[in-house]
Design a protein around this ligand. Structure first.
Ligand code: NAD
Length: 460
């Protein structure tokens, strides 16, 4: 594999077509395989469309585009993969299907060929043992869109040969990707962290704690993420999300944070899969949701910041006029209503936000409200991952910035917010809910006690 004269890619869907482009851009000849002629043409069109767009944006010359496409040989079936040095499999996320494909590849490919899976959550070990060469099977988890996202999770199993891992790392460098090498754990780094957060967001919506639009606005504007969690799930596809969550729950020690919210399962059953079916949490191709209700402006609002709102309300003589207001990034204000807050007070608080150029996010009276309630458990999950020695601080940060497009990795965020602030927030949430997933990681408490940040030299 070190010389890499040719690679094979099996399955030319969303990921496979992008992976073909990554190799061909790097000058590597590719044998691109699909299950039948129709799917093959779809895969070819995907590659042509993507490279044409790159030309129209001035990122690729027409000559380079032609040379790139000229490096790809499109084939039906696996028999043309006999001479390649590496195969990357990107067929749908089903263990039985992947095992079948790897069993076939092991018969067809030369003994020295490395067989790689692009699986998001399945066990690479279970796939490897169906072959005649488990030591030459590895996970190469590219991110969507593969030509753009810099990260590749290199998944080594307990039997993967060290030389194969080293070759995969060298390959990533050649492809101009950042390779993060990790063990075979459900969801690897990025999905294990991302899907716990997405699932919690759906649970929050399902409980009526906050509306769909407010929830997405809170995380996009208040936490600075590229998009809100419900928009992202619609983009990923709820069926894919459910598959990944179920696999992680089963393989990952039945962690409650990965137990799919009932709403996701119901929406999948109803065919509301997101963008690809035209409807998920949002409906596509229809006008934007109706604007916020206008404020009546007739109420004097008592504003309290950073307390449990009901306690402040009870201390006042007008509990119905008390709301909490918590501003994030000068962009979003969480308007917290207690069980006693009146509609007029909420409407007036919205008006105050609008006057100050803040997007109001109305939510119930719980610790962490929306932004911190979703952000802090995700940060805690990252600390638990570090504590388990699954990946380094740098690798986990890379996974979220280069794989998921987050503006900062969890440890960068932890140090910026302050580990003590996150610890206190988690403790409050845990006290309120007693949910085991919210119990602060011991390593977080230790760092706070030691007065240290996560990105100090000794933790790298
Ligand atoms: N979609 C994502 O955002 C994403 C991101 C990272 C990893 N992944 C993983 O990549 C893999 C592929 O996902 P996708 O989203 O590209 O799926 P997809 O459904 O878009 O594409 C899968 C392709 O595989 C083809 N196929 C099925 N059986 C085949 C066979 N026997 N031989 C050759 N081709 C066959 C199908 O015709 C289809 O074109 C999955 O394991 C998924 O978990 C997906």
């Amino acid at each position: 594999m070190a010389e890499m004269t040719a690679v094979g890619v099996v399955g030319l869907g969303t990921m496979g077509a992008g992976i073909v482009e990554v190799f061909a851009r790097a000058g590597v000849p590719v044998v691109a395989s699909e299950i039948d002629g129709t799917a093959l043409e779809r895969g070819r069109a995907h590659l042509v469309g993507s490279t044409d767009r790159a030309v129209s944006r001035g990122r690729l010359s027409p000559e380079d585009r032609d040379a790139l496409i000229g490096r790809v040989r499109f084939v039906v079936g696996l028999s043309d993969l006999a001479d390649v040095d590496l195969v990357v499999e990107a067929v749908p996320e089903r263990l039985d299907l992947k095992r079948l494909v790897f069993g076939e590849l092991s018969k067809i490919c030369k003994p020295s060929a490395v067989l790689a899976s692009n699986t998001s959550s399945l066990s690479v070990t279970e796939i490897a043992v169906t072959t005649d060469r488990p030591d030459r099977v590895i996970g190469l988890h590219f991110f969507n869109p593969a030509p753009v996202m810099k990260l590749v999770e290199i998944v080594r199993t307990v039997v993967t040969a060290p030389s194969v891992v080293a070759d995969a790392q060298a390959l990533c460098a050649r492809l101009n990707k950042v390779g993060v090498t990790i063990g075979d754990r459900a969801g690897f780094v990025a999905n294990a962290l991302l899907f716990g957060y997405l699932n919690q967001a759906v649970t929050m919506l399902e409980s009526g704690f906050v509306t769909r639009d407010d929830l997405d606005a809170a995380m996009k504007l208040g936490a600075g993420l590229p998009m809100g969690p419900l928009t992202l799930l619609d983009l990923i596809g709820l069926d894919v999300g459910l598959e990944v969550l179920d696999t992680m729950y089963d393989r990952g020690g039945r962690n409650q944070r990965h137990a799919a919210a009932p709403l996701i399962r119901q929406m999948v059953t109803a065919g509301l899969l997101g963008r690809k079916t035209g409807r998920g949490f949002y409906t596509y191709g229809t006008p934007a949701p109706s604007p916020e209700a206008p404020a009546d402006g007739g109420t004097d609002v008592v504003l309290v910041t950073d307390e449990p709102v009901i306690a402040a309300a009870m201390a006042s003589d007008r509990p119905e006029d008390v709301v909490g207001l918590h501003v994030h990034r000068d962009a979003v204000a969480e308007v917290v209503r207690s069980v006693l807050t009146g509609d007029a007070a909420v409407a007036a608080a919205r008006a105050v936000c609008a006057e100050r150029g803040l997007v109001p996010v109305v939510c119930g009276d719980r610790s962490g409200r929306v932004v911190n309630a979703l952000l802090f458990p995700y940060l805690n999950d990252a600390v638990k991952m570090l504590e388990a020695s699954y990946a380094t601080v740098e690798d986990i940060d890379h996974a979220m910035t280069l794989g998921c497009g987050y503006p900062a990795g969890p440890f960068e965020q932890l140090d910026a917010i302050g580990p003590g602030v996150v610890l206190d927030g988690l403790r409050a949430m845990y006290e309120e809910t007693r949910e085991p997933g919210l119990a602060p990681a011991p390593l977080l408490s230790q760092l706070v006690t030691a007065g240290r940040g996560f990105r100090s030299e000794s933790l790298r």
